[in-house]
Ligand binder design. Structure first.
Ligand SMILES: *Cc1c(COP(=O)(O)O)cnc(C)c1O
Length: 387
């Protein structure tokens, strides 16, 4: 006995939650890098750094192996160290909290605004202690955080501010790209994000000294980059100034990134159209609230989530099951790190908005080339479940 919905799902291919928009141009760019013989960090990485930094409005870009390693270098470069406290949202991919531990600092979880999923001056203030040294501000799922308000708070208290902009390529805050004015912002190019290099990341900053330190740290603390050493016609004797890491990006990845960067504006525009259609179609369903632009900025809708509350008759997990039965890949909402075993030893006060968002929201499919009829299949499941 198959229901009408299940029959339809068998006929139509499964709808993914996200697919990277990669094509022949990226393949050709990667092949060119391979043919050139220069595959490790080299001229394409340097070009990608310049182009990406310009796109997000920062003076310097330091390409690295992932968003996580960009965050790690950011914390080191901002001088955050052992025993110091770093306020982070629990509602984030777990890497946001993990990087505090990488520098032997202590992550302290703060709650988020229920509409944006982001830290606010109020939730940060509730987590401050005399040991607080820094805040990691996430632009969650591409929704910009209220930068002016959080920057003012951090400036008043003498706190370093690291922006987790892993999801924020193409996001705007008060008319300017997120990235403008950041002490350090860390970006991810994982395929789940809008701009991908397979794996990869970038740290951006306006501070030349911070940029130079991050460049050194990504290459074992060397005072001269391997690329410069290889390009030199004279022998270069490098020195290792401090304990660094190997967090380099390859030129193959950067070649792909340069193509992806040219598509970024179109990607964001397409996602915003798909999101607007969800918002129109789902408006007025009691107990279901779709994510939306905050008053001060524009999201890239990297993650389009809907939040369920008591007014909605079906549980989040049951709704995920119904979507899955209808051939739709949706995802649970953003995780809450403080509820994971890795952080069971951290005593955290109740974080009601974090818990509500993590337990009662789900992420709907949005991807390049998503058709109206695919979207209709998603919407039909939600409408059928609604009161
Ligand atoms: C994806 C993501 C990261 C980690 O980026 P990677 O490139 O996968 O290391 C960190 N923080 C947030 C908020 C993310 O979404």
């Amino acid at each position: 006995m198959t229901s009408a919905v299940a029959t339809e799902a068998e006929a139509a291919p499964r709808i993914p939650v996200m697919v990277p928009w990669l094509g022949e141009e990226e393949a050709e760019a990667a092949a060119e890098a391979v043919r050139s013989g220069w595959v490790a960090q080299g001229p394409r990485v340097a070009e990608f750094e310049r182009a990406f930094a310009a796109e997000v409005g920062a003076a310097h870009g330091v390409a690295v192996s992932s968003g996580t390693t960009a965050l790690h270098l950011g914390l080191v470069a901002l001088g955050v160290g052992a025993g110091e406290e770093v306020v982070v949202p629990s509602l984030s991919f777990i890497a946001t909290a993990n990087v505090a531990r990488y520098v032997n600092a202590v992550p302290v979880f703060a709650d988020v605004d229920v509409a944006t999923g982001n830290l606010t001056p109020e939730t940060i203030t509730a987590a401050l202690t005399p040991k607080t040294r820094a805040v990691i501000l996430v632009h969650q799922g591409g929704v910009p955080a209220d930068l002016d308000a959080v920057r003012a708070l951090c400036a008043d208290r003498g706190l370093a501010l690291l922006e987790d902009a892993a999801c924020a390529a193409g996001v705007r805050y008060r008319g300017a790209p997120v990235g403008v004015g950041a002490q350090v912002a860390a970006w991810s190019f994982h395929p789940r994000k809008l701009l991908t290099t397979g794996e990869g990341g970038m740290a951006t900053t306006d501070d030349a000294d911070v940029a130079a330190r991050m460049r050194r740290l990504r290459e074992h603390g060397m005072n001269v980059s391997a690329a410069d050493r290889h390009a030199s016609t004279k022998p270069v004797l490098e020195a290792y100034l401090e304990t660094g890491f190997n967090y380099r990006m390859t030129d193959i990845q950067a070649a792909v990134g340069l193509v992806q960067l040219r598509k970024l504006a179109a990607t964001v525009a397409e996602r915003r159209e798909i999101a607007a259609r969800y918002q129109r179609e789902l408006a007025g369903i009691a107990g279901l609230t779709p994510v939306a632009d905050p008053a001060y900025g524009q999201t890239n809708y990297q993650s389009f989530w809907v939040r369920l509350d008591e007014g909605f008759p079906v549980s989040r997990d049951e709704l995920l099951l119904r979507l899955s039965d209808a051939g739709v890949s949706a995802r649970r909402g953003i995780m809450a790190a403080h509820m994971e075993p890795a952080y069971a030893d951290v005593s955290t006060p109740r974080l009601p908005n974090t818990e509500a968002l993590s337990l009662n929201s789900l992420i709907l499919p949005v991807f390049h080339g998503m058709t109206a009829s695919q979207q209709d299949r998603v919407i039909a499941v939600l409408k059928a479940a609604s009161p």
